[in-house]
Design a binder for this molecule. Structure first.
Ligand SMILES: C[S@@+](CC[C@H](N)C(=O)[O-])C[C@H]1O[C@@H](n2cnc3c(N)ncnc32)[C@H](O)[C@@H]1O
Length: 432
């Protein structure tokens, strides 16, 4: 075990080596260097480039470790997420008062004028802006004036980014505050481990999706958040899913049933790339109109159809013996007992050649991936617990869950990194 001093040096060297790779490659490719300036690039280091992506991840990993070592155990714990909690609160106040959109994307604005334009009391505006600026969002180029950084500009130009701040603050934080209560309720009680008893439900008085149905604004903002969260991981976009799986090996005219498919944005992307496939997108009926608009604008409305359907009900006749039953980010929202209820009607509808295709995280073995990536998937696991009393699953968990529904289930393929990012595609078939 190296001494802490040599570990610091090793990490500094790692940072220096990977920084050089990135700086030189960006220079030789004529790309802009990362910068806090408002006109700095929003994705400065392309993920699609293997060398750059590897250097970027190594840099993130080493700089996080170096930062953690430099702060030290005592200060880390004493200030445990202290600054971050209030930073999140301040950012949500700023977004709520439309501050990011009222700051010009280039140039500056006086705090007085900004206060009038947003209706946020000037004294409070200045206090919230200054904590934001201390975290690289907004800058005060001269006293009493504010301008964007590349970070705050993302909030000015993209409602999906504002939905990320809103979701952290308005749904995740209240749920996390109820986590201990929810876990205490569950301890020794199988009945309590129900979605309606999740920390979210204790905070909001309703289960996650029932609450959304009753509060359409939350549903819309959640949709924007999901789009930004998954869509922001280059390797997890709809287009990546269209590329990652061997859709082209399915016979012409094959039917893909997109179970709980939302408005069908994944089916649409796959349909655009694979012209010989048909799709039925199943979700709540109130998404039908938006779904149909999407299919029409994407030019795939002849092959992608929306079908209002609850995944707890038997599959409709038109969706039986489909080539693929595709479930993206569905199972991780439900505890095992509910996943079994979702999978049973699918198994009943599957023909001998049907495949089940689940797109969700496959949790890694501990310490087998870089810590920053592991922290991300472990956090998602606790998100699922606090929102739904559900979980992310390891390969063994998936295998166990599937065979508990039907002992014939066999996982026949798993497609993960580098074709996909956080999620994997888990293909399973009923094997006699
Ligand atoms: C996390 S989203 C995933 C949506 C889509 N598969 C995707 O990957 O973007 C979960 C979806 O499950 C849908 N859902 C929840 N309960 C459902 C039910 N009982 N029947 C059908 N869909 C349901 C929600 O409306 C939502 O669209």
């Amino acid at each position: 075990m190296p001494s802490p001093t040599s570990l610091l040096s090793e990490l500094a060297e790692e940072i220096s080596r990977n920084t050089s790779i990135i700086v030189e490659r960006l220079k030789s490719d004529g790309l802009p260097q990362p910068s806090f300036d408002a006109d700095g690039p929003s994705h400065p280091i392309p993920e699609a480039d293997e060398e750059l992506s590897a250097a970027r991840h190594a840099l993130i990993e080493a700089s996080k470790a170096l930062h953690t070592l430099a702060v030290g155990p005592s200060e880390t714990t004493r200030l445990f997420y202290f600054k971050d909690i209030y930073f999140v609160g301040a950012m949500q106040v700023l977004c709520h008062f439309n501050v990011p959109q009222q700051v010009p994307v280039s140039g500056e604005i006086g705090m007085d004028e900004l206060s009038v334009k947003t209706g946020l009391d000037k004294g409070l505006l200045v206090r919230f802006l200054r904590i934001a600026a201390a975290n690289y969002y907004f800058t005060e180029p001269r006293r009493g004036f504010v301008a964007h950084t590349a970070w705050s500009k993302t909030l000015a130009i993209d409602p999906k980014m504002r939905a990320c701040v809103w979701f952290r603050h308005s749904e995740m934080m209240p749920s996390v505050a109820k986590l201990v209560e929810a876990v205490e309720m569950q301890t020794g009680s199988t009945e309590a481990a129900e979605p309606r008893n999740a920390a979210f439900s204790l905070a909001f008085g309703d289960s996650f999706f029932d609450y959304k149905k009753k509060h359409p604004v939350h549903m819309v903002k959640f949709g924007l958040f999901v789009d930004a969260f998954a869509g922001g991981i280059e390797a997890d976009t709809a287009e990546s899913i269209a590329r990652a799986y061997a859709w082209e090996t399915l016979p012409a005219n094959s039917l893909v049933v997109d179970v709980g498919g939302g408005i069908g944005h994944i089916s649409t992307a796959v349909a655009q790339k694979h012209a010989l496939l048909r799709f039925q997108v199943q979700d709540f009926g109130d998404l039908a109109e938006e779904s149909s608009m999407l299919q029409q604008s994407a030019g795939v409305s002849d092959r992608v159809h929306f079908c209002p359907h609850s995944f707890f009900e038997p599959q409709p006749e038109a969706c039986r013996k489909a080539a693929v039953y595709f479930l993206r980010n569905i199972m991780h929202n439900w505890p095992d007992s509910y996943c079994r209820q979702i999978l049973k009607p699918i198994v009943e509808a599957m023909g001998p050649d049907s495949r089940l295709l689940i797109c969700d995280i496959v949790l890694p073995e501990p310490n087998t991936i870089p810590k920053t990536q592991e922290a991300q998937v472990r956090a998602l696991d606790i998100v699922m617990l606090s929102m739904f009393n559900a979980q992310e699953r390891s390969y063994e968990d998936w295998q166990e869950l599937l065979t508990s529904v039907d002992s014939r289930f066999k996982i026949t393929a798993v497609v993960g990194r580098p074709k996909l990012g956080t999620d994997s595609l888990i293909e399973a078939r009923l094997v006699q």
